[in-house]
Each structure stands twice: as structure tokens, then as C-alpha cells.
Design a protein around this ligand. Sequence first.
Ligand SMILES: Nc1ncnc2c1ncn2[C@@H]1O[C@H](COP(=O)(O)OP(=O)(O)OP(=O)(O)O)[C@@H](O)[C@H]1O
Ligand SMILES: [Mg+2]
Length: 233
Amino acid sequence: MAVRVPSGIPGLDKLIRGGFERGSMTVLSGGTGTGKTIFCIQFLLAGAKTGENGLFITFEELKEDIIRDAESFGWDLVSLEKSKKLFVHYYSPFEFEKFLSELEDIITKKDIKRLVIDSTSVFGLYLKDPYEIRKRIWEVSNLVKRWGVTAVVTSEVIGATELETAEHAPSVSRFGVEEFVADVLFILHYAGLGGDYDRTLQIVKMRRTDHMRGLFPMKITNKGIVISPKQSD
Ligand SMILES: Nc1ncnc2c1ncn2[C@@H]1O[C@H](COP(=O)(O)OP(=O)(O)OP(=O)(O)O)[C@@H](O)[C@H]1O
Ligand SMILES: [Mg+2]
């Protein structure tokens, strides 16, 4: 039986048999403002609480922005970094090689068990050749598996913030490759209709897991993301 790693998202684990498989890679896809970064922070906070050190690699927002995003929910990343439980590293998209060469070293030296890469969409700024992009994403996923690190990487879906668009889009991720490498694929949607649960989390696939399928109502409160157990149509 695979070891399950709790996601840190209230309501989600009971839909996915207790959490993510240790050493798996989850791709979290969705349009802008759908909650990808918040999800990632919650995932690392859950690890920090249970002795699993976390590493947040940010390619888009600066480190200070991530810290501020977390602060608005009352999460203190600065003190977690001081106690060596959660680390936030910023790389510019042009430091991609530096990131790859340092990743293994950081994982081993800081005893990292949970990794976030937010987001893989910037890879395309540095690497023009789609083959190269696929190769690098493979490299990251192999590294993660080798070290038994559980990873969540985000990927922005262009122009697919709304449900209808996402359903008919040719791909659910930026390069159309992330989802093939992924063990787990979630898509976040924002309907923008108002109301209590006006967001959804779509569980598209989960390897080796008998999971619930489909769309689940989601909300972002001042305590973070919450998933409703009630499946929507
Ligand atoms: N305290 C809060 N209460 C409710 N909703 C909030 C709160 N803080 C932020 N949000 C919502 O969270 C969303 C932003 O989430 P997040 O930054 O995780 O999105 P994202 O998918 O990472 O976006 P991007 O692609 O731009 O990075 C916004 O839609 C915002 O309305
Ligand atoms: Mg974000």
C-alpha cells in the first residue's frame, strides 16, 4: 500500500483515498485567480505541521509576494522558514538551469518532503523548443520520484477560466505535456457567479487511486480553500 500524504485542503482527502501518494507529482491547472497558489501554500503548511519539510519554488511572483499572499490568510511563512520547515525560493524564468542544478542539493540538504513549483508556464519563456520543455518536466518528475518527494506543480490554462472553455480546450495545461507526466491532474475553475461555493475543483485523473471523479464545489474563505463533499453536475 502506498503511503498517503494529506493534501492540506479541507474536504479533499476523503475524495482521493486519504491524500496524494508519496513521491507522486500532481499538476494543478487552471486560469488566473483560480486559487492555484493558495492551494500550493496549504499543501506545504500541512507538511510543515507533520514534520515534512516543504520547498516552494516560485517562478512568477517574488518571494515577498508569496509571503504576503500567505499572510493575508494568517499563515506565517517567515517563522516556518526560520524553523527550517518551509522554504520559499524565487528563480527568474531565465534562471531555469540554475534551478535544475540546485534542486537536488536543496532537497537533500534541507530534507525536503514536499515540493511546489509555481508555475511551469514560465518554462516556455526560456525554452522555445517543446521537446526541451517536455524533457525538463520529465527530469523534474524523475528527481521527485527518486527522492520520494511529493510534488504539486501549477500550470496555467490560457483563456480557460470558465468551465465551458476548459471542457472544449485542446489541452488542460500550458504545454500539453504536464498532464502526461502527472500522476494526478486537477483543474480549478472559477464560475464567477457569486454564492457560497462558486468555484470548482475538477478531479481529472489519479493514477493507482480509486478516486471520485468530476467536479466538486470549492470556496476560498479567509482560512483558505475548502472543498465541499457534495458533487456537482
Ligand atoms: N481572503 C480571501 N478570501 C476569499 N478569497 C480570497 C482571499 N484572498 C484571495 N482570494 C481569492 O483568491 C484568488 C487568488 O488565488 P491565487 O493567487 O491562488 O490564484 P492563482 O490561480 O494562483 O492565480 P494566478 O494564475 O494569477 O497566479 C482570487 O480570486 C481572490 O479573489
Ligand atoms: Mg498564482
